[in-house]
Design a binder for this molecule. Structure first.
Ligand SMILES: NC(=O)c1ccc[n+]([C@@H]2O[C@H](COP(=O)([O-])OP(=O)(O)OC[C@H]3O[C@@H](n4cnc5c(N)ncnc54)[C@H](O)[C@@H]3O)[C@@H](O)[C@H]2O)c1
Length: 342
């Protein structure tokens, strides 16, 4: 039987490479990535060892996309994923995150391919999220199980990054309506694990582990510099597992939006993450404080996985401790090779 063929856009990024390797056990995988993210060159070498091909060009180049083979499915993991960068590099972010997705949709329309889109929890309005967390007592929110799902309000400012992702979602729905393209949209909270090259404003868990391993200073930024912000963190293996299930069921289950995250199985504050990192790396580092809060920051986000759980009988198996431990293991085993990327 012919293997399902899949193009992973952003295939040398953190999510893309993990997915490519995981899915290559079942499907024929090819990637598209211009290697603009620090660390993507490292991931490309790994893909080569699995004989996974990467097309190295900018996703904005539709003429080159037209020359790609026909795929049964396109997984769109291609983005500038750092929210703060979206304020500074507006054109690049709109080109990559929105026009890039539209290019993939136009290709999907020609080839009748399905599409899975990696969206974000940042499609929700910032002031709406902040209103939800009016009380300063974040622990109380956790106890009350205040979780965010597909029905939460996407109106209002959400960052330029979040706007490009929500606009992409809308175009996916339009293409599905007009040209009968089947899709799944996963609105993910923080994802982490091996092959993530974390930086200050994107991929904070791997950054935390790296800095602890190398005994370098970190800062708690925003909200008075106390490190009390809370996020759920989805282990990349749990996400790969969900996407495999989604692909297998896509003929029956499609044209749906899911919120997907570590939820109450896997969440942490920065302070808690410091404690876990200390325990696992056995190093204690200096943590400074920076009190200024970015207009894009939010104090709390924990995902409600109810719909995705009910639809696929899926829920995350790994907790924040597993995420830190597996990231540590990856860095420990590859430290010399990774040094130039962090
Ligand atoms: N990592 C997270 O915590 C997280 C959370 C929610 C949603 N997401 C979404 O998941 C997807 C993957 O995120 P990630 O963490 O793997 O990011 P990443 O930065 O590691 O990967 C993105 C990849 O896209 C490539 N790329 C960027 N611009 C390009 C362009 N113009 N042309 C071709 N390639 C280009 C980069 O080189 C990189 O390899 C993104 O769409 C992101 O919005 C990520």
């Amino acid at each position: 039987m012919k293997k399902i063929s899949i193009l992973i856009a952003g295939g040398c990024g953190f999510v893309g490479t993990n997915l490519a390797i995981y899915l290559s056990k079942y499907f024929k995988i090819e990637c598209l990535d211009n290697l603009s993210r620090k660390g993507s060159g490292h991931n490309l070498s790994l893909l080569k060892s699995y004989k996974i091909k990467n097309y190295n060009f900018d996703i904005i180049n539709f003429q080159k996309i037209l020359k790609l083979p026909k795929y049964d499915l396109i997984i769109d993991c291609c983005a500038e994923a750092a929210i703060e960068v979206s304020k500074k590099e507006i054109d690049r972010v709109i080109n990559t995150n929105l026009l890039g997705t539209i290019n993939l949709l136009k290709k999907a329309k020609i080839d009748d391919s399905k599409i899975i889109f990696l969206s974000t929890s940042r499609v929700y309005g910032i002031s709406k999220l902040n209103n939800l967390i009016k009380s300063k007592n974040i622990q109380k929110k956790i106890n009350l199980k205040i979780l965010i799902n597909e029905k939460n309000d996407t109106s209002g400012a959400k960052s330029i990054y979040g706007s490009t992702k929500l606009s992409s979602e809308m175009f996916i729905e339009e293409f599905a309506f007009a040209f009968n393209i089947k899709y799944i949209i996963n609105r993910c909270g923080v994802i982490s694990g091996p092959l993530q090259f974390g930086k200050q404003d994107q991929g904070f868990v791997s950054l935390w582990v790296w800095k602890h391993m190398n005994k370098e200073k970190l800062d708690y930024i925003g909200y008075g510099g106390h490190g009390n912000q809370v996020r759920d963190v989805l282990h990349i293996k749990d996400l790969c597992n969900l996407i495999l299930i989604q692909i297998k069921k896509m003929n029956k289950i499609n044209n749906k939006i899911f919120t997907v995250g570590g939820s109450l199985k896997s969440y942490t504050s920065l302070v808690e993450l410091t404690k876990i990192s200390q325990k696992i790396t056995k190093n204690k580092i200096l943590i400074g404080t920076s009190k200024t809060t970015s207009i894009y920051d939010i104090p709390y986000f924990i995902t409600d996985n109810k719909l995705v759980k009910k639809t696929y009988n899926w829920s995350p198996k790994k907790n924040i401790y597993d995420v830190v431990k597996d990231t540590y293991k990856w860095i420990f085993q590859n430290k010399k090779k990774l040094i130039k990327y962090f």
